[in-house]
Design a protein around this ligand. Structure first.
Ligand code: 4AD
Ligand code: MG
Length: 455
């Protein structure tokens, strides 16, 4: 008999049919002449209640049907008699697929998120983490639908690269040294030059935008920054659209529509999960998401942002003056206290930004933009790109970069160069924003952070 998922049993037109469901037992309650199993298979938040009559031959297996055990049940799907659930299965067979003994750590509800991180292989079996990862999956697919609907072409940018796109030196080197592929003492670079795990697919995306017009990448990126914060991971996923014939204003417009589209998609398609986050994670989640959907993002220049911060009267740990990088305390003041909404800050001082950003006419700032959101800080970082070969060359000099290594990137400026723009949206930060979870470790299946790669 084919398997029916719990989601299908609860939502599809299957009443009165005989079905087979398979899943893990959340709880068992024994009455005099029958038992109730709460079965969850992760296909949706809800459990399906199974009624096992004491008269069934398989009833003798019931002691093995403990919390955490995997079972397969066949029986008729009926309208539920009891309160609290709409449908239940009246079992006519019960098979124990895999037992779970008394050491199963998810016996009780109410474990802390910190504790659940130590059992990252089991936490998807909880309501909270099952919901987080269903929402993450839905968001990833919404990303593709958004771009498909706008005729963007998906580019698979390389994971192993020779460039440091962001110029921050936070690179993991890729090498065969010390492995059987490279005997001790042999010092040869496998790729003929040092290579690293990519920090960004942007440079590849630029080449393809200057051929296919509107493109995007969506892949893992890696940064060796040793910052153990709730918003940084060493391996995270980034979505990077890149558009030819597009300036900074068009770039900001796309970022805003993109963020709104993704939130709307979850608002429409994951109501049960959102309700759970609202109840157990963040009481203001729904109103915040609705506010974001209903209002234009506030746009202001870096200079205006600095002026607001200086006038705030706040005693920041990092004092604010024109030219400094905005720290997360500053970003949070702007979005959480001053504007209380997403804010797009644009036109940053050139010296604080990577080589590829387009220099503005004032010669001091670049056409950069960051989207900051409440609770997270920076969600999106992007810019218009420097499309003028001579200016780009002088940028390489200013940043102490060897223009020989960027020969192909410079050629994009020699042959049919065009204004073009793009941004990167940190996928985990988006999942945090949509779920209300405060720690990036709780929105990645198995997080990579300094000192931690157990799973
Ligand atoms: O601002 P970033 O460094 O921009 C770039 O990498 C550009 N090349 C993107 C582009 O223009 N194509 O990173 C983009 C976003 C940030 O806004 C943030 O959301 C996320 O990536 N991000 C991180 N997320 C988790 N952990 C980290 N360590 C992150 N570093 C950046
Ligand atoms: Mg940034």
């Amino acid at each position: 008999m084919n398997r029916t998922l719990v989601k299908q049993a609860l939502e599809d037109n299957l009443l009165a049919e005989r079905i087979r469901i398979q899943g893990w037992i959340r709880t068992r309650r024994d009455a005099k002449s029958f038992s109730f199993l709460e079965l969850n298979d992760g296909s949706c938040l809800k459990n399906l209640q199974v009624v096992v009559d004491a008269g069934l031959p398989d009833y003798r297996r019931l002691p093995e049907a403990t919390t955490g055990a995997a079972v397969a049940v066949e029986g008729r799907l009926v309208e539920s008699q009891g309160k609290g659930q709409s449908r239940e299965v009246v079992a006519d067979s019960l098979e124990i697929v895999g037992v779970a003994d008394q050491t199963y750590p998810l016996q009780k509800k109410g474990h802390t998120q910190e504790y659940l991180r130590t059992i990252a292989h089991l936490r998807p079996r909880t309501n909270l983490f099952g919901s987080v990862f269903r929402v993450r999956s839905r968001l990833a697919q919404a990303v593709h639908r958004f771009f498909l609907g706008r005729d963007f072409v998906l580019i698979h940018s390389p994971i192993i690269t020779a460039n440091d796109c962001e110029g921050a030196g936070e690179l993991f080197q890729v090498t065969t040294r010390g492995t059987p592929a490279s005997p001790a003492g042999s010092d040869r670079n496998f790729f003929g030059q040092p290579t690293y795990l990519t920090v960004s697919g942007q440079l590849s995306a630029e080449a393809f935008a200057c051929a296919l017009s509107n493109v995007y990448t969506f892949g893992p990126t890696f940064r060796a920054e040793n910052s153990n914060t709730s918003r940084h991971a060493n391996e995270f996923w980034m979505i990077e659209p890149e558009m030819a014939f597009c300036d900074l204003a068009g770039n900001m417009d796309l970022a805003e529509s993109f963020v709104k589209y993704l939130i709307q998609d979850i608002r429409t398609h994951c109501p049960q999960e959102l309700e759970l986050f609202q109840r157990f994670v963040d009481r203001e989640l729904a109103s915040r998401l609705d506010f974001v959907l209903g209002n234009p993002f506030k746009r202001l220049s870096y200079a205006e942002a600095v002026a607001i911060l200086q006038r705030s009267g706040k005693n920041f740990q990092f004092p604010v003056e024109y030219g400094v990088n905005l720290q997360s305390e500053h970003e949070r003041y702007l979005t959480e206290e001053h504007f209380r909404q997403p804010v797009t800050v644009h036109d940053y001082p050139r010296d604080s930004k990577p080589f590829y950003m387009r220099t503005n006419d004032d010669g001091r700032t670049v056409a950069a933009m960051d989207v900051l959101v409440p609770g997270i800080g920076e969600l999106v970082g992007g810019s218009q790109r420097e499309e003028r070969e001579d200016v780009l060359r002088s940028q390489f000099e200013r940043h102490g970069l060897d223009s020989q290594k960027y020969r192909w990137y410079l050629e994009l400026r020699r042959y049919g160069t065009v204004p073009h723009s793009g941004f990167g949206l940190g996928f985990e930060r988006l999942v945090m924003f949509v779920t209300g979870l405060a720690n990036i470790r709780d929105v990645i299946p198995f997080a990579r952070t300094p000192g931690s790669a157990e799973f």
